[in-house]
Ligand binder design. Structure first.
Ligand code: DP6
Length: 366
């Protein structure tokens, strides 16, 4: 049975909660993630064209708290605020999302929800806020289900359903409900992998890739020109679409091998190939578009030079925007942070960068 079928069946079995008169609270902090194998292109219902692989960050997160109380009408009621202010556009998106998932969480139509959300990083700075925000919201929702019905007491069930629901809000959010490395999409490396939700990717605890750091070098704080949803859409008619699916699958297999054998060189060439392939796909879409700027390329060139000169493990990744994710290992922190300060900060807007790293996943805050 697919997860979709399982959750639809569960929903019909759960029914409605009994009436309650108090206001209840839940809250989750959920981090963003950086994809090393990129999700680019999707089928109907947020099913990815290809498997993706990411690590969850630590300092770049969304905190979402939800107050909820019972009402007798059969209609979802919502107040939503972002960073302390009512935000009509976001509120509408959240409402549409909640309405779209009432088939999995029918109890929502008897609740009055007051949702507040805020990010630890500037909105629309190219840091994947949909991953952190949709995963934080999905975690609040499964927490509410568990509170009302005790139906998700096994943590494995809890996080799987959170990931499934997060995916329906934003694909990359499916990966943010777990810490460390995460795979989303049917692949040849994790036996439980599925297109419907993320799964943790486990490596032995002394593997040095578990100490990865991510310096997010913000070359522009402007809102991006083309949304990810539009970009995914263009992949449906992209001339390289089929080749991209093959490339992502073979890069994922090769990345898995590089991590298990701790092969730094292969790891670097795969993740940089993924970052540049993502942007090459955007450039060759119809209409083609470019999200990178002059400073993105300056930073990439500096990283390549530095790697040549020092032989240290240093690599870049890119999201759907002009900011550079500089990936390195904890053991080289001192040298690389000096390099960032001396050579790269000048290319960041207002000198802004985030000193982030691989994290242990979402945390319940209420
Ligand atoms: C380039 O998850 O933002 O960051 O499912 O439409 O919400 P939607 O797209 P989204 O796409 C992220 C694309 C990416 C690569 C990745 O994170 O894998």
């Amino acid at each position: 049975m697919s997860l979709k079928e399982t959750y639809l069946k569960n929903a019909s079995e759960l029914g409605q909660p009994g009436q309650f008169s108090e206001t209840r609270y839940v809250g989750w902090r959920s981090p963003s993630n950086i994809a090393l194998i990129k999700y680019w292109g999707k089928k109907a219902n947020q099913i990815p064209q290809n498997p993706s692989f990411s690590f969850t960050l630590s300092k770049s997160f969304t905190e979402t708290t939800t107050e909820y109380s019972w009402h007798s009408e059969n209609n979802l009621k919502l107040d939503f605020s972002f960073e302390g202010k009512i935000n009509g556009l976001f509120a509408q998106k959240v409402e549409d999302y909640l309405r779209s998932i009432t088939c999995y969480l029918p109890f929502l139509t008897h609740l009055y929800l007051k949702i507040e959300s805020s990010n630890s990083f500037p909105h629309s700075s190219g840091i994947a806020s949909s991953a952190s925000s949709m995963s934080a919201l999905a975690l609040c929702l499964v927490e509410m289900e568990n509170d009302l019905f005790h139906s998700l007491r096994d943590p494995e069930d809890f996080y799987r359903k959170a990931s499934f629901l997060a995916r329906l809000g934003s694909g990359s959010a499916a990966r943010s409900v777990y810490g460390g490395f995460v795979v989303w999409g049917k692949d040849g490396i994790e036996k439980d992998s599925t297109d419907e939700a993320g799964v943790s990717y486990k490596v032995i605890s002394n593997n040095t890739f578990l100490s990865l750091k991510d310096a997010i070098l913000v070359t522009s704080l402007k809102e991006k020109k083309v949304s990810s949803s539009k970009g995914h859409g263009m992949m449906n008619v992209h001339p390289y679409s089929e080749a991209r699916v093959q490339q992502a699958n073979s890069n994922l297999k090769a990345l898995n091998a590089a991590i298990l054998s701790e092969n730094d060189q292969n790891f670097i060439s795969i993740i940089e190939n993924e970052a540049l392939s993502l942007h090459a796909l955007m450039l060759s879409s119809d209409p083609g578009y470019n999200l990178l700027n002059h400073n993105t390329w300056q930073i990439i060139n500096q990283i390549r030079d530095f790697r040549k000169r020092t032989g240290l493990f240093i690599a870049f990744s890119l999201d759907a925007g002009p900011n550079v994710h500089l990936i390195y290992k904890q053991q080289n922190s001192d040298t690389i942070e000096k390099f960032i300060q001396e050579k790269l900060v000048n290319y960041c807007e207002n000198g802004y960068w985030i000193d982030d790293k691989i994290g242990s996943g979402p945390v319940k805050i209420k």
